[in-house]
Each structure stands twice: as C-alpha cells, then as structure tokens.
Design a protein around this ligand. Sequence first.
Ligand SMILES: Nc1ncnc2c1ncn2[C@@H]1O[C@H](COP(=O)(O)OP(=O)(O)OP(=O)(O)O)[C@@H](O)[C@H]1O
Length: 285
Amino acid sequence: MSKDAPAFFIAMDPTTDKSLVEFRHVAFGYDSRAILNDVSFAVPRGKVTALMGASGGGKTTVLRLVGGQIRARRGEVLVNGQDVGKLDAAGLYAVRRRMGMLFQFGALFTDMSVFDNVAFPLREHTNLPESLIRDIVLMKLDAVGLRGARELMPSEVSGGMARRVALARAIALDPDLVMYDEPFAGLDPISLGTAARLIRQLNDTLGLTSIIVSHDLEETFRIADHVIILANGGIAAQGRPEDVRRSEDPLVHQFVNALPEGPVHFHYPAMTVEDDFGNSHGGRA
Ligand SMILES: Nc1ncnc2c1ncn2[C@@H]1O[C@H](COP(=O)(O)OP(=O)(O)OP(=O)(O)O)[C@@H](O)[C@H]1O
C-alpha cells in the first residue's frame, strides 16, 4: 500500500495462502444441542462460495463463527490465518473491519437517507473528511446502480433497491470478505437475478471474497465458484457447482434435487411421536 493511500484502505493480504477462511475440525452447539460436528472446509480467496443446506443446518451459525459473534467449542476458525476464536476484543474488531455482512432484509436505518446509510460505517469507523466520505459513498452507490437514489429514504425504495443499498453499505469500508445471509429472500425473479449478478460482479471488480448463504439453488449455483453443502452437522459435499450437482451421494442428491424424502432430517429434534401424543394423556392418541 502506498504511504499516500487513505487510512481506511486495507490492502489485500499479500500472502500466497489460497483460502481466506478456513474451518478446521470445528464443533459448535447451542447449550446441549450440537449443531456442527467436526466441520472442516476452506473458502477460496477471491471467489464466490455458496454455503447451502437444509433449514436449521447451521449455515447462519457458520457465518456467526466467522464473524466471531460466537466461538467454536472445538477446532479453529481461521480468517486470514488468524483463529477468530482466540482473538481479544481489539483483535476481533480489526478482523471484523475487514468483513462486510449483509443480512436478509438489509436492515437499513429507516430514519436515514440512502446516502447516510452508506456513509454510516465510514463516519463510525474512520476520521475521513466529509468531502471524501461523499466521494466514497457516491462511488459505492454507483457500483450498485443507485447513485441517483442517494436522497431517498428507505421507505421510498423497493425491496430489491434496499438490498442494493445494504450491499453498498457492506462494501463501504472496502472489506476483503463479504458475507451474505439469504440475500435473495423475498425478491421477485428479476430483482433476484440482478442481485445475484451484482454480487458476482462486485466480487470480481473489487477483488472480494464472498460467502453466500442461500436457499435459491439455481441462482446460487449459477454465480458460485465453490459450493459447500452442510447437512446433519457436517459437510455433505464441497466443490465446483457442476461437480456437486453430479454427486451421487444420497444426501447431496436429495438436496440438489429438492426432494422431500431422504437422509436430510425434516424434523427438529423432538421426543418420539408416541411420547408426545401417546397414552401418557389417557390414551387420547
Ligand atoms: N441463539 C440460538 N440459541 C439456540 N439455538 C439456536 C440459536 N441460533 C440458532 N439456533 C438453532 O441452531 C440451529 C442452526 O441454526 P442456523 O440459523 O445456523 O441454521 P440455518 O442453516 O442458517 O437455517 P435456515 O436456513 O433455516 O436459516 C437451528 O436449529 C436453530 O434453531
């Protein structure tokens, strides 16, 4: 990085390490309930990785482990070679600054204009002068096609536009990694296609690494370089979309073909049906 580069600019790590994020034998559970058992995978640097799997399988949990909001019970969660689970508050802050997070409905601040929403992280995390913030915000809004919408309030933009504003905000600080949790939820097919192409395009033009959690198989397989399928607490498959699609593993087959029956559990763990509805209530079953 040149010494004249503005302070907010964080160069890509020059290391030759091919993965930006790596899970090594990670186990995690909420209370006594195990969610991930011995999970290992790598997210290749500069690529779009899709994290998919059955509902409740732990995809959002994986994102929260990467962001350091929760810590693994066992194993390592490496981001740029650092174990996020072992960082103190300052270390975690530094790692998080290099991540953009985009959650389901964008969660824009409703009392701020589109411009101020995108400016927010810059005002919070940097000491840049307003004139430079303005240029950066307009650049980010331009990247998502909304430079002309800067004065609008969130209530005045469509769902698809709101998602794009949230995306501009997520990339405001020039992150290395952007994590999207269900970025297509609730979008009509045209907005969905636009959002997907935008994620791909921003990844490539800004040199990002992207992780997308999504249920939209077709669109996600179309834009992803790498797919990881999470099921029953482990990794059912990972690889290029075309390879995962061809997998003959019954679990993966069930998932990529959206079959209701198969090895992926439909039920949240519960006591047996007999115990729940059975004779304990005087034979009501
Ligand atoms: N804070 C929490 N406390 C207790 N259990 C939780 C908590 N957050 C998630 N869970 C449980 O952990 C499991 C995994 O949740 P997670 O949100 O990671 O799944 P997911 O794969 O993202 O699901 P979906 O695709 O439905 O969003 C779920 O069964 C959920 O009920």
